[in-house]
Design a protein around this ligand. Structure first.
Ligand SMILES: Nc1ncnc2c1ncn2[C@@H]1O[C@H](COP(=O)(O)OP(=O)(O)OP(=O)(O)O)[C@@H](O)[C@H]1O
Ligand SMILES: [Mg+2]
Length: 272
């Protein structure tokens, strides 16, 4: 289904992603781990064509999505929905409108401007919210919801696109443990029940172990581990994180603020 072939991204002479290759056969739940700056976000951005690759191919069902231009590129972006650490909802807009904005790529700008949505789309948005257990929040402003609820709204918005792949960049890094579990359970359900591939950058090992079928460990732009959670021993994890013997299993990476700003800008563009 997915074949990443020798993908590299260079920023001012330095490779953020350095010749990575891996293939995924079916709609797996793939976790990418690694310390801050390892190249995890850069990879996800190349997947959905927010960032161009310097070299390599990413084939999805045989088609190199890095080669898509113009309308084809936008169509691809509709097929791989993105979920961010900071949710990136429109805070003062109601929940159901936020979900409907998942359809932005597909509707006329004027209709969007006046917030006119076909009844069938509204019903589908409500159905998705109901499925994610937040139907009663539909009329509220997004900003009135808890972080976990907001992230579920962001997932609902992603589902509205009916994507084949869901890309999640540290989806639970801003959530408390209970909400983190609800959000991860939600992503897992979508993966299993709908057969949508999920690729998630994760900042804790235990989450990767618990939810992923496949874990990819990155270090300095390279893949240093590719295997199952069972193969992800403490020794391997220590190698991925490049930590010394004082390495602690709770090791995390944190998002670079510049990332969050760029993601917000992208989300704002979707909403514009
Ligand atoms: N737009 C950019 N311009 C220049 N350098 C960049 C850009 N985006 C990322 N980088 C650099 O590429 C490297 C990888 O960054 P990336 O954001 O992919 O790491 P990450 O694994 O997602 O880290 P984190 O866990 O902190 O989110 C870093 O050294 C970063 O500074
Ligand atoms: Mg990142």
């Amino acid at each position: 289904m997915l074949a990443v072939q020798n993908v590299t991204r260079v920023f001012s002479g330095r490779a953020a992603v350095d010749d990575i290759s891996f293939a995924v056969d079916g709609p797996a739940f793939v976790g990418i781990i690694g310390r801050s700056g390892a190249g995890k976000s850069t990879f996800l951005r190349m997947m959905n064509r927010l960032t161009d690759a310097t070299a390599g191919r990413i084939c999805v069902e045989g088609r190199d999505i890095l080669a898509l231009r113009g309308r084809d590129r936008r169509a691809w972006q509709g097929q791989c929905a993105m979920i961010f650490q900071q949710f990136n909802l429109v805070p003062r807009m109601d929940v159901v409108s936020n979900v409907l904005h998942g359809l932005l790529n597909r509707r006329p700008a004027l209709a969007t401007l006046f917030n006119l949505w076909p009844r069938a789309d509204i019903l589908r948005a409500l159905e998705i919210l109901d499925r994610l257990g937040i139907a009663e929040q539909a009329p509220k402003r997004a900003e009135a919801l808890s972080g976990g609820q907001q992230q579920r709204v962001a997932i609902a918005r992603a589902l509205m696109q009916d994507p084949r792949i869901i890309l999640a960049d540290e989806p639970i890094a801003s959530l408390d443990p209970m909400n983190a579990q609800i959000v991860m359970d939600t992503l897992k359900r979508i993966n299993v029940e709908d057969g949508r591939m999920v690729i998630a950058n994760l900042h804790t090992l235990d989450t990767a172990r618990r939810y992923c079928d496949r874990v990819i460990g990155m270090r300095d732009g390279r893949i240093v581990f590719d295997g199952t959670p069972a193969q992800l021993s403490t020794g391997v994890a220590r190698d991925i994180y490049g930590a010394d013997h004082s390495f602690n299993e709770a090791a995390t990476s944190t998002a670079i603020p510049a990332d969050a700003i760029a993601d917000a800008a992208y989300a704002a563009r979707l909403m514009a």
